[in-house]
Design a protein around this ligand. Structure first.
Ligand code: ZN
Length: 338
């Protein structure tokens, strides 16, 4: 007699079989260790978070048909003849840990959000291009809200002159990579979010590959040539693109839904003059970056109405928000025919 372990879905793929008999383990924790020893890295990847080594919350385990709590149940004793099933949560079912339900409680109370909205958020992949004044608050709010997978993109290092507005980077981070500095803070904020970084400088050669797996792309850039590259790649790949830009106390925001409204090129056809450095007061990108996260969350969850066909202008000098209508250019070189 031994313990019978049954594998389902991705776990079955990882081990290459439906069932395995295991001897000589006394609890669930040591059973998992033995399985990883036997089946190796592919199974370990399915079971554990790479950074923390904790069990993923997409792992469910039944012992003789009874679910065990993976926070407290790993010491559940096993004996010969027991049947252990390892499977992922079924999509659409409630698959939140008690900790997640508590963490996201206040946003799930929003009308139209609920567990279903949270599940969509958890399944979503957002790319934040640029980890400066806009990308910092946008990433913070996306991670706090529980977006499942965040990719951050910034090849630069933290400079002292960044710190008045790039709130993910702190005094001791000067000289570090922005990606490393950001991941550390974001991960400490919400360890259940998968965060990865790509250090590439965005070029017309790599931009398509960088954005194609994202559900939403956030524009956290400080220059138009790169914004235009992102805009075009998003339009071509039909990925929603949330544009934001700031200068001084003034900011702007618009959401591009490819095929459903104007793209950034329709709205701003020519690159504004490039400045080597321009003034920025931290709360300006703070406000716009938060609103970018808001747009991304709305799009993913399916609540509210995105800022499509409209552009928001924020002026911190007199505290005004204006929304103007913007239209598609039928001859736009980027989105014509999309
Ligand atoms: Zn266009």
């Amino acid at each position: 007699m031994a313990i019978k372990v049954k594998f389902f879905a991705n776990f079955r793929e990882a081990v290459g079989k439906e069932q395995e008999d295991i001897d000589g383990v006394e609890d669930v924790a040591s059973l998992l260790e033995e399985l990883v020893r036997k089946f190796g890295e592919r199974l370990a990847e399915q079971l554990y978070e790479p950074r923390t080594g904790k069990l993923r919350d997409t792992v469910h385990i039944l012992v003789n048909g009874r679910g065990i709590n993976l926070l407290s149940g790993l010491k559940t004793g096993l004996k010969d003849g027991d049947i252990v099933a390892i499977f992922p949560p079924v999509s659409g079912g409630a698959s939140f840990t008690p900790e997640e339900l508590e963490r996201y409680n206040r946003q799930m109370m929003i009308r139209g959000f609920g567990k279903e909205g949270q599940r969509k958020l958890k399944a979503a992949h957002v790319l934040v291009a640029g980890l400066g004044g806009l990308g910092s608050p946008a990433s913070v709010y996306l991670v706090a809200a529980g977006v499942g997978h965040l990719t951050i993109l910034d090849a630069e290092r933290v400079e002292l002159s960044n710190l008045n507005r790039q709130i993910l980077h702190w005094h001791l981070d000067v000289g570090r990579s922005k990606a490393g500095s950001a991941i550390e803070k974001l991960f400490a904020m919400n360890p259940s979010v998968e965060i990865d970084s790509k250090l590439d400088v965005i070029t017309n050669k790599n931009v398509g590959a960088l954005i194609k797996d994202a559900d939403v792309v956030i524009d956290g850039m400080d220059n138009y040539p790169t914004r235009y590259l992102l805009n075009e790649a998003c339009v071509r790949n039909r990925v929603p693109f949330v544009h934001g830009a700031v200068e001084g106390l003034i900011g702007q925001l618009a959401t591009v839904l490819p095929g459903k409204g104007p793209c950034l090129r329709c709205i701003i056809p020519r690159e504004p003059p490039m400045k080597p450095a321009f003034p920025v007061l931290g709360p300006t990108p703070g406000a716009i970056g938060c609103l970018q996260a808001m747009e991304a969350i709305k799009l993913i969850v399916g609540i509210g109405k995105p800022l499509v066909g409209q552009m928001l202008f924020f002026n911190g000098e007199d505290m005004t928000f204006d929304v103007i209508e913007v239209r598609r250019d039928p001859n736009c070189p980027v989105c014509k025919g999309i």
